[in-house]
Design a protein around this ligand. Structure first.
Ligand SMILES: Cc1cc2nc3c(=O)[nH]c(=O)nc-3n(C[C@H](O)[C@H](O)[C@H](O)COP(=O)(O)OP(=O)(O)OC[C@H]3O[C@@H](n4cnc5c(N)ncnc54)[C@H](O)[C@@H]3O)c2cc1C
Length: 342
């Protein structure tokens, strides 16, 4: 009989669980009910009270590691916390969100417990056995894995399950004591780009992709890069969309030539870039070539604006293609969005 542990952690507020943690709770509940297995949820946070109440209706056993020392992500304390939760639950299957906080400690914890780990898991199936699905070779080959080794750690990719949500209730939580290692790392503060400089937003409903066309000569024979920058940033500001790019456009920023200064290779979508997950995507001034579109595998509804009626998008890769000038379309859309806000 399997025993399932879902590891969760708090967000920056210190008391609410992250969305990725709540998605992992959903995956754990589905798996436990399918296997008729025992479910435990482990919480790592400074103060577990609010998070534990949000999990009251799961019916799971709740274990918590709490205290100021767990407020900040830090390898030594997070690994010790996860290790203690795994031992307290005696879990054979451990599900964790693939957050930067847990992704960096999960392999180490699996090793400490003599277990095995698989990462980038997108689905967990099977009724008698556990079948973990993940993609290989830049999302081109989908594999289904089973393992006999226990404990088996599965790191779940964000956006693959609905986040668990229910009215808070009163939950009983068991505090787990952690033997803390010597702490050599202290967090003195966080340096992060300003919110409007942060263009990669994994939780956004829309992915807005920019292509090299934004920097090419336009029908008037001129290039309009600063106008393009204003339109793109205006659209992002109005919609809260996440910014993706084709490789051709981000490559132009190499060799010290900053064409659109807010774009880096981290924005690149495709075979040699990222494969983000968003319900909708809108490509602009992008040709829709296969090495780019392969990164759209997990985009629910695809639309594109291109001047070229024969571009890759119109050849069956997008649900809707507007054969139009993206400068004009986005300027109009931005005006409409600005008027809506007033
Ligand atoms: C091994 C390999 C890996 C690769 N990996 C990636 C990858 O990860 N990601 C990636 O993106 N590419 C990748 N590529 C490159 C990819 O094949 C394409 O070259 C690239 O995606 C093209 O970028 P683009 O569509 O922005 O530019 P272009 O092909 O130059 O297309 C620009 C488009 O903009 C349109 N346009 C111009 N002005 C306007 C306007 N005013 N309004 C509307 N449309 C306009 C044009 O009609 C044109 O269709 C890879 C290639 C190789 C060989």
């Amino acid at each position: 009989m399997e025993s399932i542990l879902v590891l969760t952690h708090a967000d920056e507020s210190g008391s609410a669980l992250t969305k990725a943690s709540l998605e992992t709770v959903t995956a754990g509940m589905e798996l436990a009910s399918r296997l008729r297995a025992e479910l435990t949820i482990g919480i790592v946070s400074a103060n577990a009270t609010t998070s534990q109440d949000s999990l009251a209706s799961t019916g799971a056993r709740l274990l918590a590691v709490s205290g100021e020392v767990f407020a900040q992500p830090r390898y030594s304390t997070d690994a010790a916390a996860c290790d203690a939760l795994c031992r307290a639950s005696a879990a054979t299957i451990v599900l964790t969100p693939s957050s930067s906080r847990f992704a960096r400690v999960a392999a180490g914890v699996a090793h400490r417990l003599n277990g095995l780990i698989d990462t980038h898991v997108t689905a967990i199936g099977g009724t008698d056995t556990i079948e973990a699905t993940r993609w290989f070779y830049r999302q081109r080959v989908e594999a289904v894995l089973t393992r006999d080794a226990r404990p088996w750690f599965l790191l779940l990719d964000a956006g693959t399950h609905a986040a668990f949500a229910s009215a808070p209730g009163k939950a009983q939580v068991e505090q787990v004591t952690v033997e803390l290692p010597t702490i050599r790392t202290t967090v003195s503060g966080i340096r992060a780009p300003k919110l409007d400089e942060q263009t990669i937003r994994p939780d956004a409903k829309l992915l807005f992709v920019t292509g090299a066309g934004w920097t090419k000569k336009q029908p008037d024979g001129q290039i309009h890069v600063s106008e393009a920058a204003g339109l793109i940033l205006g659209f992002l500001r109005h919609t809260g969309a996440s910014l993706g790019s084709s490789k051709s456009l981000v490559d132009q920023g190499g060799e010290g030539n900053s064409v659109l200064p807010f774009l880096t290779h981290l924005n690149q979508v495709g075979q040699t870039g990222a494969t983000p997950r968003h319900p909708k995507g809108l490509a602009t001034c992008c040709h829709g070539e296969e090495p780019h579109v392969v990164g759209w595998r997990f985009i629910g509804e695809r639309r594109a604006i291109s001047l070229d009626p024969n571009c890759g998008w119109t050849r069956g890769k997008a649900d809707v293609v507007y054969v139009a000038d993206a400068f004009q379309v986005i300027a109009n859309v931005n005006e409409l969005l600005a008027a809506r806000v007033k």
